[in-house]
Design a protein around this ligand. Structure first.
Ligand code: KG4
Ligand code: ZN
Length: 355
């Protein structure tokens, strides 16, 4: 079989196993033919990376090797399913840390060979897009979709659940990366997103006017590095090395003001995209989509624009394998397959896996 192939289109007649290992979560999920989640297991490596303030690729890869098979095993146990019930295996092939991706891809290939079932290659960011529509029978399309995570800040026109057109992306830091870096500047810990989200409670989002980088008027791209640097200079002076001590209220105000700046930019660009493509709905997914202020702001935006909103369920915002199996199920039905020469790619190749 070649790396990419097609088969006759048709629905699944058994379980699909999803495998995800693109960054620092080892995950497996089993979905029924109708899309019902039979089991989902996510083993996070946060503890391993916290001491370094970010994901260390070598450590991530080794941890996936250690945990992948136990995670898959636990998934079968929780689903009370046997391997013989599986009809296809969907696996994240791109983009991500290459050493991490390879563990998932090798595991999927070995299982596909042993069980004699087809492989379905899945693009990680496309899977985040799919997560917005989990459980939605008939999404209103095209949808204007934002995926904001630790590695990506991307805007898509979603034409079908398997066909997404990328219309904007970050030219430097991703939104989640900016949260992580600001948390590090404030000495609050890792991963920064949930910590900054909590610390912003009781903070004044208007106390500091941090920059909103909207780029040119027409642009759908993002830039968050200037915002991050503004927070650094605010906290540590113009050379970024000062040791000013911020009191607890100022820390809360910095978090709230920074968060407001990120949310402002994300919401403004999503609205711009929706107008541009004549969207019939809005959708938001990725790790940053669990941010409470972003969820509230996007909910207001959807009401203002009188558009239905598809926010990824919170448990599907950060990396998981339900979204891999979920998108894989649709790709399978369209006849997308991969052979045992399937490879992983750190950077997304042609949008083939996203279709
Ligand atoms: O989707 P994800 O698990 O991994 C990638 O594909 O990158 O996203 C992880 C990112 C991290 O940067 C984390 O700080 C951020 O999502 N994140 C949040 C929140 N929860 C996670 N950012 C802001 N607010 C949150 N509540
Ligand atoms: Zn992700």
């Amino acid at each position: 079989m070649a790396e990419r192939e097609t088969a006759a289109p048709g629905p699944l007649d058994g379980l699909i196993l999803g495998i995800e290992s693109s960054c620092d979560e080892t995950a497996a999920a089993l979905l029924a033919p109708d899309g019902t989640v039979r089991a989902s297991v996510v083993r996070s490596q946060i503890d391993l990376h916290a001491a370094f303030g970010g994901v260390v690729p070598e450590i991530a890869g080794r941890s996936h090797v250690e945990h992948m098979l136990p995670v898959v095993e636990e998934c079968f146990e929780r689903a009370k399913a046997s391997r013989g019930d599986v009809r296809a295996i969907a696996v994240t092939v791109q983009p991500g840390l290459i050493g991490s991706l390879l563990v998932g891809v090798s595991t999927a290939k070995a299982l596909a060979l042993a069980l004699d079932v087809p492989l379905v290659p899945v693009d990680h960011v496309a899977a985040h897009v799919w997560s917005c529509f989990h459980g939605v029978a008939q999404p209103e399309l095209p949808a204007a979709c934002l995926v904001a995570s630790g590695g990506h800040s991307t805007l898509f026109a979603v034409h079908t659940l398997t066909r997404h057109e990328k219309l904007g992306e970050t030219i430097d830091d991703a939104a989640g990366e900016a949260f992580d870096k600001v948390s590090a500047i404030l000495g609050l810990g890792y991963p920064g997103g949930p910590i900054v989200d909590r610390t912003a409670d009781g903070g004044d989002p208007k106390r500091f006017r941090f920059p909103r980088s909207l780029l040119q008027k027409e642009s759908l791209d993002f830039s968050f590095s200037g915002l991050k640097t503004a927070v650094l200079y605010h906290c540590k002076g113009q050379n970024g090395r000062g040791a000013r001590t911020l009191d607890a209220q100022e820390v809360r105000d910095v978090c709230a003001s920074f968060q407001e700046a990120v949310v402002d930019v994300l919401a403004t660009k999503l609205a711009r995209l929706a107008e541009r493509i004549g969207a019939k709905s809005l959708a938001v997914g990725g790790g940053v989509a669990s941010n409470r202020r972003l969820r509230a702001r996007i909910t207001e935006l959807a009401a203002q624009m009188q558009l239905p909103l598809h926010l990824a369920p919170r448990e599907l915002t950060t990396d998981n394998a339900v979204m891999v199996a979920g998108l894989g199920r649709h790709l399978y039905a369209e006849g997308v397959r991969a052979g045992l020469d399937l490879d992983a790619h750190a950077r997304a190749l042609a949008p083939a896996a996203a279709r």
